[in-house]
Design a protein around this ligand. Structure first.
Ligand code: UDP
Length: 236
């Protein structure tokens, strides 16, 4: 059997990925499929932390006319909804999880405490980090970079709708070229659509590689951890 090449990973799931074809809200079938792939990884002994986005419900930066901080608070609450859905799907198939929120809501989940998160991972629980960084003007990509650094994850698995990093938007330009590998600085200089620049800089400064791949097939999550060369790797 193939062996995982990472011991501890941080999986970033965009809100969009959970919405499937509907483009809005949560598609239970997709969430269940993702949960099954996570269970497979978990069975291989990989320690898994997850950061879930909220774009399938709300994006602060797109809510014109609203106070930005308030809009971002709504966005962070959206990530909590997604995190609870992911938790439910995982626990339904016997994977033990903990949700930790960056904004306290103790009736629903634990507050984020790094040492506790590390302990959960060591005890083979999947930890889901909700509410982003807890701060407005940030993204869940930045939350993924921050938490990956804090818990010393070896890689960020960035599961997206698009199957890698391209030199231009493949939805618009049919000749867009996909990179196998690209450096952080190239991503920043060329404004490539991987993560926002805050998140990319944080990864660059802390040397956290980002494996970008498509969630068109949820098994991709397993394949990238087994070292298959799919999608794009962003590194130094
Ligand atoms: N958000 C925030 N601070 C954070 C993370 C997220 O304010 O640290 C808010 C922000 O409004 C953002 C929304 O939550 O638009 C949803 O997150 P994001 O857009 O990153 O989700 P994704 O695009 O990954 O689904």
């Amino acid at each position: 059997m193939d062996k995982p090449i990472y011991k501890r990973v941080l999986l970033k799931l965009s809100g969009e990925a959970l919405a499937g074809e509907k483009g809005f809200g949560i598609d239970n079938e997709i969430v269940n499929e993702i949960a099954f792939s996570i269970k497979e990884l978990h069975k291989m002994g990989v320690e898994i932390a997850i950061v879930v986005g909220g774009g399938n419900f709300w994006r602060g930066r797109s809510s014109e006319g609203m106070d930005r901080t308030t809009a971002d608070h709504i966005g962070m609450l959206a990530t909590v909804m997604n995190s609870l859905a992911m938790q439910d799907a995982l626990e339904n198939i016997g994977v033990l999880t903990r949700v930790q929120t960056a904004i306290e809501m103790r009736q629903i989940a634990e507050p984020y405490i790094r040492r506790k998160a590390m302990r959960h991972l060591e005890k083979n629980r999947v930890v889901i980090f909700a509410a982003g960084t807890g701060n407005p003007y940030f993204s869940t990509d930045t939350a993924a970079a921050l938490r990956a650094a804090e818990i010393e994850a070896e890689v960020i698995l960035l599961a997206k709708k698009v199957d890698g990093v391209y030199d231009s938007d493949p939805m618009i330009n049919p000749r867009a070229k996909k990179f196998d590998s690209v450096s952080y600085i190239e991503v920043l200089k060329r404004g490539l659509k991987v993560m926002d620049s805050t998140a990319t800089s944080l990864c660059m400064d802390n040397k956290i590689p980002i494996r970008v791949f498509g969630l068109n097939n949820s098994k991709n999550i397993i394949d990238v951890v087994l070292g298959k060369n799919i999608g794009t790797i962003v590194k130094e």
